[in-house]
Design a protein around this ligand. Sequence first.
Ligand code: MN
Length: 291
Amino acid sequence: MPEPPRSIEHRFPGILTLEGAGVRLRRSFSNNEVPLFDPFLLLDRFGSSNPEDYLAGFPWHPHRGIETVTYVLEGQVEHGDTLGNAGVIGSGDVQWMNSGSGIIHQEMPKRSEGTMSGFQLWVNLPAAQKMSVPAYRGLTRAEFPEVTTDEGSRVKVVAGSYGGVEGPVAGIPVDPTYLDVTVPSGGSFDLPTHPGYTAFAHAVSGNVRFDGHDGHPVPAGETALFGPGGSVRAHAQEEGARFLLVSGRPLHEPVAWYGPIVMNTHEELLQAMRELRGGDFVKDRRPIVEE
Ligand code: MN
């Protein structure tokens, strides 16, 4: 018997937050929501046409135990890290960074004539892989396949697959699907989802209605967390809609979280703090090479 479609169980309008050295962003979910979004930890949306809102950026800071996924919609973000990577994340590009045992990096939005906007998603690592060797993937927009459905929706596949088309990000422990979906006026969109996986959507623009018992449209900027089920079915209104659709395998492991470091136990957090003070936090350091 097929699983019923998923209903929205929780809605998150996003909270204005000052992060980094003073970047104004909207935080959709974070440590207060643990474990609702397991294996996802945080979603931030940045976006402004006023450079004062973002130029302070995110100067050198550590991460351990997570993957950070930066998706730039418009504008450019300069970055550098202790793995030796340096370059610019441009419009439509994605940086998928596995901090593993420890990385120190910076993420600095560049002044833009128009709007600078994008997302950062944090994906948790299983306990067994929190101290793994850090890895970094910089993917440009041309590397992402785009599928057009029979109903005229466009689907950019960042991770996982849609309609048999695989995204370029593979081999992530929690088996994530990350889609950027644009549905035309009055159109609909279907995604089969693994019943045991967590799934959420974030409305980028327009209002999106999802099938299920809570069918109130999700306005732009809002995040909807779905309950269990075998699919997500979305409908755009007259103005069309664009949304991110993300799912992944929950870890069901304890979460110990301090700022940019997310481990399983308090002792592991204390150890990370000791290593940061002692200068042996980064286990794998390489000289910077410009991309
Ligand atoms: Mn960071």
